[in-house]
Design a protein around this ligand. Sequence first.
Ligand code: GLA
Length: 370
Amino acid sequence: MADAVRFSAPGRINLIGEHTDYNLGFALPIAVGERTTVTLCPDDSDTLTVCSDRSPDPVVVPHSTTPGQIGGWAAYVAGVVWALRDAGHPVPGGTMSITGGVEMGAGLASSAALECAVLGALLTATGRPVERLDQAHIARRAENDYVGAPTGLLDQLAILFAEPKHAQLIDFRDNTTRSVVFDPDAHDLALLLINSHSAHHHSGGEYAARRASCERAAAALGVASLRDLHDRHDRHVDGEEALDAMTESEDRRRARHIVTENRRVLQTVAALGDNDFGEVGRLLTESHASMRDDFGITTEHIDLIADTAVAAGALGARMTGGGFGGCVIALVSSAGVDPVREAVLATLDRAGHRPPTVSHTRPGPGAGPW
Ligand code: GLA
């Protein structure tokens, strides 16, 4: 068969629009510079022997694999093999080696980076072109139906469609993406990524519980998805007013996060278009409060990081990703980078937390053959 192929996929930061994907709403992600790289030496066999820098033992994935057969990190690889074959595509055999550059459990979509890198390598080896949207669906099936994590399509679309100096406005109603210029350097700003190193998991119950709350709220309001409340908003019936039809409850608060978050995503896009970064920062901070107070997915540790960054001068800060740990992003003037970094490190130290890693991040390229 063909020569060795190499393919890599980045992690992602969601600038704003959290848990909106499975509610058919909006999100605004970028790719980070950290990437997971897959090298595949294809052959004509019907197994893949997979090595990872995160595990001493190789795992053999037969092409005939089915959900439940392989667990751990290799389940993401096996899931892609299974979903690709199930979609009617050929899969090569061979040996695959994985270098995982995206930290696991940090809310940076390391799972989707692995899925998209594996998928890209397999497709490159067979030479079959598959549209990026179809790739996103295949990678998501690996995660939902093989691994068993009930996640939406945000991570895969973000990783496959990302572009340097841009964010992608995703509309999950029809899974379309639109590039939006996001180039903090050009405005003397920095996007800081503050990694708490407190890991999260999406195959656990909390993510699924949020999904279930949203589905119950939509059913109680007589709409197919909470996105429909936003569309009513477009027709001059306020999406939040529509929630008045529900009595105050946990489900109603969860739904309010989705309705207000969809609005904030579109407001952020408008503010970026106006170069109004003060407003962008305000929306980021408001999003964090909504995730904390309405959606209930932040932790005290994460709140402390976001609050400290804002108190130290950040234009805005919010947790990014599915929640319950992971990373905070902060939009900061270039002159504010050191004061924010120092304040966060000092405050977390005083509170007895492990030191976070604070890095300056920029929107990078999406998945590709490099
Ligand atoms: C995780 C999931 C995504 C999305 C985010 C929250 O990253 O994989 O589908 O729901 O959480 O926005």
